[in-house]
Structures are given as C-alpha cells and as structure tokens.
Design a protein around this ligand. Structure first.
Ligand code: PXG
Length: 452
C-alpha cells in the first residue's frame, strides 16, 4: 500500500493509504490533503500521532462526558470481553441488559422507566418514531402517523430521523422519503436574543406554530412531535423561556406524543441526568446515546413511559412478539458493561453536580469573547457554548472552519472545537477545570483574531 497523500505530515504510516476510508460527514478530498489525526486520549486531552497534546473542547462529539479512557470503564470492558463477548438479545437475554436498563430507568425522569437499547442516536430516533406510531395504532388510532419535527432539528441520519430532521442539506437528496412529516420553525432569534446567558427571554410564542400545524393536518392524523430540548448540531440553539412548556401543553391538549431527542443533552450536559429534568418538562419518549456509556462502545437507548410500553405490549396475543423491531447489538454485553461502569462513575464522582457548579465560570469565560473580531452572538446553557461568527461574504462556514483548524494547530494550548455553519460549538467533558476553560477560550480568542 502506498500513502495516497503526501500532506499527512508523517501522522500516518507511509504504508497506509488514505483513499479507502469513505469518511462520514467529512469533506473527504480536502481533509485527506491535510488530515487532522488523533491517536491517544486521556482525561481532558487527545494526543496526535506526533505527540501534540490537544485540549478536548467537544468531549469527542458531545459524548465523552466523564473524560477519556477512564480506568473503571476500560477495565469493565476488558473484563466483559473476556467473560462473554456477545449474546443474542432476541428471545434470549443476559443479566447485564436487565441491569443496564434498571440503572437507566432510575436516573430517567419519573415515569419513563421502560428502556429499549439501540447502538446510536440515529437508531434511537427511528426506534422512537416507530414506537409512537405503534402506540397510537395499539390504542385504536391508526390514522395518527404524521410526525412533526422542527427546522434545524437533527435526529441522526437514518430514514425516520432524516425525515423528521430539519437540516435542508441532509434532506434534499431524498424527497421521495419525506412524506408524512411537517416542521415547526426553529427558535433561533438573533435580533432579539443575541448574547443571552442561559435560556433566552424571547420566543415562547414560536411553539404556537404547533397549533397551526395541528389545525392544518388535524390532530387525529398526528402521532408525535420530536425536538431536541436544546439543539446542538445545528449550532447550539437554546429553547426560549416557556417554549418547551408550551409544546408540552399543546401536545397534551391534542393527544400527541412528545419526544425529546436527548442524544446530546442526556447524561449531565446541562448538570442533570436529562434535559427534561433541567427544564422540568417531561416528554413521553426520550432518545439518548453518546454519554450513556461515555461513548466507549457504541450504544443508544429509547426511554418510554410505562403506559406506552403497556399499550403496545398488551395488545398482542400472548406468546407473540409485540414490537417487531430490534438490533443484533441491542444491549451488547460490552456496551452494557461500559454503561454500568460509566453510570457508577457519574455518581461516585458527582460528575453532573460538578458540571452544574462549573456553569457560572464557563458562562463568564465564554461571554468574555464578546467584542472579539467576527463574533455576533454568544450563547450558553449547562456546559454547552455557541459562538456565532459573521459569515464571510460569499463563503458561509469558511470562517468557522478556519477557526476550528487554527485552534487545532495552535502552538500554545491547541484545542478541539466543533463548528457548524459559522457557529463554533463547545461541549467539553464535564470534568473540565477552571484553568482549562480559560485555556480553551484563550485559544479561540487568538484564533479569531488571526483569521480574516
Ligand atoms: N440526535 C441528536 C440530537 C444528535 O445530536 C444524533 C441524533 C445521531 O446520533 P448518532 O449516534 O447516530 O450519530 C445526534 C448526533 C456535532 C455532531 O458536531 C453532533 C452529532 C453527531 C455528529 C456531530 O454537533 N449528534
């Protein structure tokens, strides 16, 4: 094998070709010209193959909430891999699956105590949408099949999540699959809410659009509304005060299920186990993944209200499979072992409480970037930050991409920072220290000052 690309700077063995890996959500050609490669991780840091230490400002992809390569999680996976690598979950079981579901139900909002395991956030979204439709069918309302999502919503890349999602670029090539969905508008309102700290004051009324769609489609045709309680991927969009409460009330009024996609917010990101608890708004179904097991082994889950489970289960004749859905790797033993060790670590180290205590420092540091070149908005909630940049004329997204690269290549305190469009997103591991917050913000400030 030969090295296809001479620009990897020695980061990749010269024998290894970069051509074969068709990389996900990546500009393959330009990335392979100058790849950014990580080869080791521990705690708050990554290391590149050349040994540069990078501060992780994104917890991987919003998922490594307890920090990297934590010993109890590593050991749990190692032990499980040696004890039993795999066991089928269809009409068979293993103890860790039950244990894992019990642990998750305990930290879930009251009443959401039935747990269906998947392997990703995308699978969780599609599973939840199927559950919603199956639920209405089981209780005698089979016409309820329409799903209402929200513009700029992200629910992964499987068919259901792509349909319900609201990112035009992700949807545009698949028009034939886009029936049976509609969308309310996004909550972003820069004119009224720029530089808000925590939940913005304006925009609860955006939830009223759901009433309009209910009149338009008729409630008897609508199965569920799916939203991220706080939208991450599309640029850190924080729900205005009162907005989620309104959505809940409208859903209740019309018998529509409310699904919270908590793939990013689940497991401590806002300082509580779930955003539902942070906002004190309880949905009927929750999708989660990522930090469920600190991203050490792929895993996701859907949490359902007992009544939804009972309705679907009880309608089927005894002895028959009630919900014809599941994955070979649902409740994979290694993922469950990682989950149990992760959830114990969250409790033992008080990681969610620690995150909550760090929020004022994180917020103050982040907002100190106000006035820095290119910055048109800063927003934050829990340990999530968004820094919106003025797009460069004719080159939307370019400025944030350059900032991301500058931060990664910085000589002093290099850092991993996410970008989407012209928004920089921060979601560090919840174990970040005050000093490290300062470093992260300093690196971003220097990067913004050095780009056009
Ligand atoms: N729902 C939400 C709310 C997500 O954020 C998914 C579903 C899909 O999860 P999987 O595990 O199938 O990828 C996600 C994923 C980013 C970024 O930079 C966010 C995600 C994935 C990749 C990048 O914001 N979230």
């Amino acid at each position: 094998m030969k090295l296809e690309n001479p620009h990897s700077g020695g980061a990749i063995d010269a024998e290894v070709s970069l051509a074969e890996w068709w990389m996900p959500f990546t500009a393959n050609r330009s990335f392979k010209e100058a790849p950014r490669v990580l080869s080791r991780a521990e705690g708050m840091h990554y290391w590149t193959p050349e040994g540069r230490q990078i501060l992780d400002g994104t917890a991987g992809l919003w998922c490594v909430n307890a920090g990297h390569c934590r010993k109890p999680i590593v050991e749990a996976i190692q032990q499980q891999a040696a004890a039993m690598d795999y066991a089928p979950p269809f009409n068979m079981a293993h103890p860790l699956g039950f244990e894992a579901a019990t642990v998750i139900a305990k930290v879930a909002p009251a009443g959401l105590d039935r747990v269906f395991f998947t392997n990703s956030g995308s699978e969780s979204a599609d599973t939840a949408l199927k559950m919603a439709i199956a639920y209405h069918r089981a209780k005698g309302e089979p016409s309820r099949r329409i799903i209402i999502g929200r513009e700029r919503g992200y629910h992964g890349v499987n068919i259901g999540g792509t349909m319900a999602g609201g990112i035009p670029g992700n949807r545009k090539h698949f028009p034939a699959m886009m029936s049976g969905v509609d969308h309310i508008r996004a909550t972003h309102d820069l004119a009224r809410n720029a530089f808000s700290r925590g939940q913005p004051a304006h925009g609860a009324e955006f939830a009223d659009e759901l009433e309009r769609l209910v009149s338009f489609h008729d409630a008897s045709n609508i199965a569920a509304v799916i939203v991220e309680p706080m939208a991450g991927s599309a640029g850190v969009l924080i729900p205005p005060q009162g907005y989620l409460e309104k959505l809940r009330a409208i859903c209740d009024k019309h018998g529509i299920l409310l699904i919270f996609d908590e793939v990013i917010t689940g497991f401590g990101r806002l300082g509580t186990a779930f955003a539902a608890q942070y906002f004190n708004v309880t949905p009927d179904l929750i999708t989660c993944a990522k930090a469920i097991n600190n991203a050490a082994v792929p895993m996701g889950a859907v949490l359902a209200k007992t009544q939804i489970y009972d309705t679907i289960i009880n309608i089927a004749p005894a002895g028959q499979i009630e919900f014809l859905h599941g994955y070979t790797y649902s409740a994979h033993p290694l993922a469950c072992a990682a989950l149990l060790a992760t959830q114990k670590l969250y409790v033992d180290e008080g990681i969610f409480e620690r995150a909550r205590a760090m929020v004022p420092k994180f917020e103050a540091a982040l907002h100190s970037l106000k006035g820095t070149r290119h910055v048109i908005d800063i927003r934050n909630l829990g340990l999530v930050g968004g820094i919106e940049l003025e797009p460069r004329a004719g080159a939307v997204g370019k400025r944030a991409l350059e900032a991301h690269i500058k931060c990664f290549n910085a000589e002093k305190a290099p850092a991993l920072v996410r970008f989407t469009g012209d928004i920089l997103a921060l979601s560090p591991p919840l174990i970040i220290s005050e000093d490290q917050i300062g470093q992260l913000v300093g690196t971003i400030r220097a990067a913004l000052q050095s780009i056009d």
